[in-house]
Ligand binder design. Structure first.
Ligand code: EPZ
Length: 426
């Protein structure tokens, strides 16, 4: 398994480019199931989860081209024939977002067999809200040997109020409703930019959708959807990760090709910490404003402080003067990075969903273990300011959602390199 070797101490200086959003690209790729025409998506990030989605769609009979040449980062997807509408466990177990094919498959083919995703490092992550919503739209869903078997002649529009705000739940049902008979009204929807990005693609494909990005979405079902070309939004979590990298190293970093309006909660928090921020049309510049000051965060659904930035913020909080409380409201086990940060010298205590970070503590290099995508990013950020060389193991977690992570950081002065597994294991 590949490792990263990071020598701390360098302030990050220069411009770093943000790639397309993994969490937009995944539902948008699944949306291609809804039509027999070709769907072209641009600004696709070259990350492992996208490759997994390509394998998943191909296994069902789709034709998927995926190119990352200089001009590209583009995928062409054609689901003319879905010969095998099954999301197999071997693929689903590596990526929970595979459940995003459930709604489109039922809407397009009337049948779907999707492996139950199982839990994951950060929490149980059930998909009961996806299932309840599809049943409310007329699907019959049974469980069979670890798979969900779903059938529907034609889904019917429904009025659904989500018990909890769910990003992929909103996306799954939104896709299903585009081909349902009649009107659907969904309330208590996720308002994340990734939902809005998906809706923009669906509308380009001929769907009739109003209110995406707000808590209430109205969809008028149509008989068919056609192909479209769509450019994926910049990745707001990658952008946020780089903003914190600039802040924690006391550098002067321009985060380019991003969407600043998706970063509001993080930017205002960084300013509260005393970081200097200049916001442009498609870039954000972060500079040291002297000693970092402690500030509390509570993760909330968008537009609140994103749970996907919690681990990265905690690394920053270890370098701030004072006590910061970090409350994780979305997932029940999203503190996997804490023990590793403590091993590097951080002073953090946990009580339930609240972590208390006492700073500023100098961080020491250590051998640490990555556990999930954002926890891994947190450990890289800590390593950038630790003394000596930190070895991070299992960086495959990072490869799932950050494109060319070490190259981008090296390009602005970080001392980071990848060390392959001596036996070539991934
Ligand atoms: C999406 O996951 C993202 N993944 C996650 O990003 C992100 O952390 C999360 O939204 C929250 O913003 C993708 O978009 C592919 P949820 P999702 O459904 O949709 C509970 C990353 O780092 N829930 O919004 O799976 C759930 O347990 C990943 O890129 C149910 O109870 O998250 C959680 O407590 C990690 N039943 C809460 O809702 C359901 O049916 C929010 O989960 C669905 C969710």
């Amino acid at each position: 398994m590949d490792k990263f070797v990071v020598r701390g101490g360098n302030p990050l200086l220069g411009t770093i480019k943000v790639s397309g959003a993994k969490n937009s690209a995944l539902p948008c790729m699944a949306a291609a199931i809804l039509t027999e025409d070709e769907v072209i998506l641009e600004n696709i990030p070259q990350v492992q989860d996208i490759e997994t989605e390509r394998k998943l769609l191909t296994s069902m009979g789709a034709e998927v081209e995926l190119g990352y040449g200089r001009a590209q980062h583009r995928t062409h997807i054609k689901c003319a024939i879905l010969s095998d509408p099954v999301a197999k466990y071997e693929i689903v177990k590596t990526m929970r977002a595979s459940s995003l094919v459930l709604g489109p498959l039922i809407a397009r083919t009337g049948i779907a067999r999707v492996a139950m995703p199982g839990g994951c490092a950060i929490g149980g992550r059930p998909i009961d809200l996806h299932i309840n919503g599809l049943e409310a739209m007329g699907a019959t869903i049974t469980q069979d040997h670890g798979y969900l078997e779903a059938r529907a002649d034609r889904l019917k529009g429904a009025h659904i109020v989500f018990d909890k705000i769910t990003v992929t739940g909103t996306e799954d049902l939104l896709m299903a409703a585009t081909l349902a008979e009649g009107e659907s009204i969904f309330e208590n929807c996720a308002r994340e930019p990734e939902v809005t990005d998906l809706a923009a693609l669906l509308i380009a494909m001929g769907a009739k959708i109003e209110g995406a990005g707000t808590g209430t979405i109205r969809i008028q079902g149509v008989a068919k959807l056609h192909g479209a070309r769509h450019r994926i939004n910049p990745d707001r979590i990658e952008a946020g990760t780089f903003l914190i990298a600039g802040a924690i190293t006391g550098g002067d970093l321009n985060v380019d090709c991003c969407e600043p309006k998706h970063l509001g909660a993080l930017i205002s928090k960084l300013e509260q910490c005393g970081v200097k921020i200049d916001v442009g049309a498609d870039h954000v510049r972060v500079r040291s404003g002297g000693e970092l000051k402690a500030a509390d965060i509570t993760t909330e659904e968008y537009p609140g402080f994103p749970t996907d930035m919690q681990a990265q913020y905690m690394a920053l909080a270890t370098q701030a003067e004072g006590t910061s409380t970090v409350i994780e409201n979305i997932f029940e086990n999203r503190f996997m990075h804490v023990q590793e940060l403590i091993r590097m010298g951080a002073n953090i205590t946990i009580s339930g969903r609240t972590a208390t970070v006492r700073g500023k503590t100098p961080l020491q290099s250590a051998a640490v273990m990555c556990s999930d995508l954002r926890a891994s990013a947190s450990l890289v950020l800590a390593a950038l300011v630790a003394d000596g060389e930190t070895i991070l193991d299992r960086v495959y977690h990072l490869d799932r959602g950050y494109e060319h992570f070490e190259e981008k950081l090296r390009g602005v002065g970080a001392q980071i390199r990848r060390m392959g597994d001596v036996f070539g294991r991934k």
